[in-house]
Design a binder for this molecule. Structure first.
Ligand SMILES: Cc1cc2nc3c(=O)[nH]c(=O)nc-3n(C[C@H](O)[C@H](O)[C@H](O)COP(=O)(O)OP(=O)(O)OC[C@H]3O[C@@H](n4cnc5c(N)ncnc54)[C@H](O)[C@@H]3O)c2cc1C
Length: 455
């Protein structure tokens, strides 16, 4: 029998929960959203995971569909490319896209979250803060909740439960107990630390505003994303152990010495650097893969709960919002036939979320190391030239992931093919004028079919 539950329970009011909630409420479902934390609009939260996010086409598409992009664009800063800082504080700018329209946006996680919470409530979503989900009966879909204020426990019967409860998902934790549930988690040997470059004394940004700043240092790096208040949110990525690692940063003097030597221009702009280094927590980064994502027509995982990825392609939330778009398209096609919707959702998304997970790990080495290599920068130039001549066939991998909604699995596969073409074309040249266009034409037509490009 097909159940037609019209009541949906979401766990987790991070970024995906409220967006999905509002889209489902607009479609006539009753939506209850349970969040373990207090309402961030009323209670000041301590620094959380990365205070800024890079938003790009997939995320923007979903926000635009929800009618939220124009509002969010007002609190976002376009970043046209990477600004690399050498140890000598020399700057090199490398554009992300082929023109001014291809930019990514820096947005504060809190601003985005608050905008989504407001919109979800306006659409009729009932948000219950300080309600931690402590378990779920996967046979019935009933959930156990603990009130964060009183400590009281209650069990709530639910029609359909969607776990949007992030990379350490409690719902996934219960699914782990199922037989034949596949699960892997892979931590990086690197951690991260948040730091801040405040606005200059005139209130302006102390560095170029419309860029993502990178201090690539081979085995580690510092990055900085602009905020609308003139400050920059910085993230320092270091190995946990070994040379130049968190383990070596034993006291404030060592931190200052290291940062002044490796990131001299940034260090001058970060007041109380060593104090903040020790005051802020060190974050870990994990890739989570699992399957199945659903239990019959009752329970589904979505966003980081189903597929947490490391942040180096800036795609975690873009991918999560694309999940929301995909699920809603399936709801539009299949009504409330949840068994069918969940199975189709997993089939459509899993192969793609696996692909972006792998590309995100691969992009770490590119950001911390290869962006400083002249050979790499030359390949990027050649890529843009090839895209200019063959816009339907040769689209750089970064652009396929960031500026288009080409499925991630396609971007991964074509990216590998394109890498081979680039290697063949760049082998013995160092100037774009020397590019063998006849060979390029031949290789591209032989190996790359035309793409369907949707912006
Ligand atoms: C350092 C860093 C930088 C990043 N940069 C980017 C970027 O530039 N661009 C990008 O697209 N992505 C980025 N990401 C990834 C992005 O942050 C995540 O993909 C995104 O937050 C996932 O959203 P979510 O709603 O699935 O989970 P979350 O945002 O983690 O939200 C989960 C929510 O569930 C709640 N919750 C958890 N357990 C329970 C429970 N048991 N009961 C009730 N509530 C619960 C949590 O309190 C939280 O509010 C970055 C991540 C990190 C760590």
């Amino acid at each position: 029998m097909v159940r037609k539950a019209k009541s949906i329970t979401l766990i987790g009011a991070g970024l995906n929960g409220p967006l999905l909630g509002l889209e489902l409420a607009k479609r006539g479902f009753r939506v209850d959203l349970f969040e373990r934390r207090p309402d961030m609009r009323r209670v000041r939260m301590s620094a959380g995971r990365s205070i800024n996010l890079a938003l790009s086409t997939r995320g923007i598409h979903a926000l635009a569909g929800a009618g939220l992009w124009e509002e969010m664009r007002g609190v976002a800063i376009p970043m046209a490319g990477r600004m690399m800082h050498s140890v000598e504080s020399e700057l090199t700018f490398q554009r992300y896209g082929k023109d001014d329209a291809e930019v990514i946006y820096s947005i504060s996680r809190a601003d985005l979250n608050i905008g989504l919470l407001n919109a979800a409530e306006q659409a009729g979503v009932q948000i219950h803060f300080q309600h931690r989900c402590t378990g779920i009966d996967l046979k019935t879909g009933s959930i156990r909740l603990q009130d964060g204020e009183t400590g009281l426990q209650q069990t709530v019967e639910c029609g359909v439960v969607i776990g949007c409860d992030g990379s350490a998902s409690a719902i996934r934790g219960e699914m782990l107990k199922l037989s034949r549930f596949n699960f892997s988690q892979q931590y990086l040997d690197y951690g991260y630390k948040e730091l801040t470059i405040p606005a200059a004394s005139d209130g302006q940004h102390a560095l170029e505003m419309n860029a993502l700043h990178i201090w690539p240092r081979g085995n580690y790096m510092l990055i900085a994303l602009p905020n609308i208040d003139g400050s920059f949110a910085c993230i320092l990525f270091l190995p946990f152990e070994g040379p130049d690692s968190f383990a070596e940063m034993i006291d404030q003097a060592r931190v200052l010495e290291f940062c002044r030597m490796q990131f001299p221009d940034a260090s001058r702009l970060i007041p109380d650097l060593s104090e903040n280094f020790f005051a802020n927590p060190t974050g870990a980064m994990v890739t989570v893969k699992c399957s199945p994502w659903h239990v019959e027509d009752r329970v589904l995982l979505l966003g980081d709960a189903a597929h947490a990825i490391v942040p180096f392609f800036g795609q975690g939330i873009n991918c999560g919002f694309e999940d929301c778009s995909c699920l809603c398209e399936l709801v539009d096609a299949h009504g409330s036939n949840w068994g069918r919707i969940f199975a189709a959702f997993e089939k459509a998304r899993k192969v793609n979320t696996d692909a972006i997970a792998d590309m995100a790990v691969g992009n770490f080495a590119e950001m911390r190391d290869r962006v400083a290599d002249p050979g790499f920068l030359f390949r990027k130039k050649v890529e843009l030239a090839l895209e200019g001549k063959y816009p339907q066939r040769f689209v750089p991998k970064y652009a396929m992931v960031t500026f288009h909604r080409i499925p991630y699995a396609v971007a991964l596969k074509r990216g590998l093919t394109q890498d081979g073409i680039l290697t063949a074309l760049c082998e013995s040249i160092s100037r774009i004028e020397d590019l063998d266009w006849r060979r390029a034409d031949q290789l591209i037509h032989q190996q790359l079919t035309p793409l369907e490009l949707s912006a």
